[in-house]
Design a protein around this ligand. Structure first.
Ligand code: HEC
Length: 187
């Protein structure tokens, strides 16, 4: 009887808190599709603005348009799309505790040269949540790089007028800039 109860307890906890391997695979695929589509949308818009007028044009564009671009992806896929970091620029993107843990986890994985795989789990709302790393590449550095190097003092002061609490500078190529955090709404 004792073992039976332990067994039932295990089954119940595994049903309520964790996902089956099949579900994990399904949401990893969906999450990857959504983050890739959003990344493509954000970066192609950003690059167009950079070509048109450099950081002076692209920064105010991100300031007003980044949210509406992610919002349109939320509607399209019926999810919540968040980009967050341990060093945020936009205070609307503040990380929750679990998100901070995951950023740290990816930073450690980079140090250990291990793979940065997406993470899928149930969140405290009982919904499925997908996380994946956002990595810095060369085209990010004009706005997130080292001050006085790729990031000019002029660009930095423009950023600081829009985001006085900006912490998102000093990165180098290959660094973890932050994470995608996608919440699925009953699908
Ligand atoms: C032209 C300047 C510019 C470039 C280039 C740029 N960003 Fe940003 N980034 C911003 C601005 C402005 C914000 C704040 C507005 C927003 O929410 O997107 C931001 C916000 C972010 C955020 C949201 C988290 C936060 O700190 O608020 C992430 C993640 C991010 N950038 C990653 C990147 C990555 C990765 C690249 C390169 C592929 C990149 N950025 C290139 C200007 C830039």
């Amino acid at each position: 009887m004792k073992y039976f109860l332990i067994f039932m307890g295990l089954i119940l906890t595994s049903c309520s808190n964790s996902l089956t391997e099949e579900e994990k695979e399904k949401y990893t695929q969906k999450g990857t599709e959504i983050t890739q589509a959003t990344y493509k949308e954000l970066s192609s818009n950003l690059m167009t603005q950079m070509k048109l007028g450099g950081p002076k044009q692209a920064i105010p564009f991100c300031h007003t348009e980044a949210m509406s671009i992610t919002n349109s992806m939320e509607e399209k896929f019926n999810v919540t799309v968040k980009r967050t970091s341990d060093r945020i620029r936009n205070t609307n993107n503040l990380a929750a505790d679990r998100e901070l843990q995951i950023v740290t986890q990816y930073e450690k994985a980079i140090q250990n040269k291990s793979d940065l795989k997406p993470i899928v789990e149930k969140n405290t709302n009982g919904n499925v949540q997908f996380y994946a790393p956002i990595i810095i590449d060369a085209k990010c550095l004009v706005c997130h790089g080292k001050l006085g190097e790729e990031l000019t003092v002029e660009t930095d002061s423009l950023i600081k007028t829009l985001y006085p609490k900006d912490m998102a500078i000093g990165y180098k190529n290959g660094d973890v800039r932050g994470i995608w955090s996608i919440e699925f709404k009953n699908n």
